[in-house]
Design a protein around this ligand. Sequence first.
Ligand code: FAD
Length: 305
Amino acid sequence: MALSSGYMAGVPERLAAGRTLSFEYYPPAGAAARRGALLTATRLARRHPDFVSVTYGAGGGDRGRTREMVAHIAFGHVSGRHRCPVVPHLTCVGHTRAEIRGLLADHMEVGVGDLLALAGDPRPGEPPGDFRYAADLVEFVRTETDFSVGVAAFPEVHPDSPDRVADRRHLAAKLEMADFGITQFFFDSRDYRLMVDELSDLGCTTPVLAGVMPVTNPESVKRFAKMNGTRTPKELWNRLEAADADERLRIACDQAASMIADLVEMDVPGIHLYSLNVPEAVEGVLDRLGEGYFSTAGRPLGTGL
Ligand code: FAD
C-alpha cells in the first residue's frame, strides 16, 4: 500500500498558480554552520519562497544532515509563519531499496510532500546499490508514496551523456515521469531556451525551473562547474576574481538578476536560486528584480497556498 504524506499544497500546485521562486540550501557539517544555515533559512523565509530544497550527500557530505535540516524547516521551526514545502533531494546510487524506503518514510513523517529524485554520483569504493538512473528512483517513489517528484535537467547536457541526442531522449523520458524539473546552473540563458525547445520537439512539456547561481564563491563554483559540464564565462570570472568581497557580491547579484530577467522574458515557469547558504546573495538578486517577477510577490506572510 502506498504511504500517505498528508499532502499540503505542493510544488505542482504552486507552479500551476504562476511563476515560482525557490531557494536551495545545503546542510553543512558542524553545529555552528548548521545553526547558521537554519538562520539563513529563517531570514530568507521573509522573501516568500514557494518552496525550498535541501541537498543530499552532495560532495560526499553526511547524508543524515539532510534529514535533520529538512525536519527543522518542515516543522516550521525556522520559517516562522511562512511555511512552505521543503523539498529534500534524494540520490539513489549506492542505496538499497530498503534504505530508500526508510528515507522516504522519514521525510513523510515530518510532512514532506515533494521530492527531488536524482541519480547522484557514486562515491569511491561504494557498492552500486539497487538503482542506476534517476528514472529508476522516480518509478520507485511513485509506487511507494504520493509525493510530487522533481528531477534534474542539464541545459548544457549531462557530462556522462554520449551525445546531445541521447541526453535529450533520456531527459524527456525522465521528465515525462516527473512533475517538474530543475536545471543545473548555467550562465547563458540561450542554453536554457535551446533545451526547452529540444524537449518540446520530443513532445515533453513538463515544467523545468531554471537553476540560477549567484557566484559569491568563484573558486568553488568553478569546481562544481567542471564536474557538471557548465561553461564559466571568462570575462565574468576575471571580474569576480579581481574583486573584493563586497564588489564580488555586487557583480554576482547583477549577473544573476540580469539572467533571471532574460529567463522571465522566455516565460520560465520558475527560478530556483542556488543560495550556497549566503542570504545576502539571494536578497541582493531579489532586490534588483523588484516586484512582479514571481507569483509570491506581495503575498502576505502565512497565506501560502
Ligand atoms: P540521470 O537522470 O540518471 O542521468 C545521468 C546520466 O545517465 C545522463 O547522462 C543521462 O543521459 C544518462 N541516462 C539516464 N537514463 C539512461 C538510460 N536509461 N540509459 C542510458 N543512459 C541513461 N547530487 C548530489 O549528490 N546531491 C544533490 O543533492 C544533488 N542535487 C542536484 C540538484 C539539481 C537541480 C541538479 C541539476 C543536480 C543535482 N545533483 C546532486 C547532481 C546529480 O546527482 C549528478 O549530476 C548526477 O551525475 C546525475 O544525476 P541525474 O539525476 O541527472 O541522473
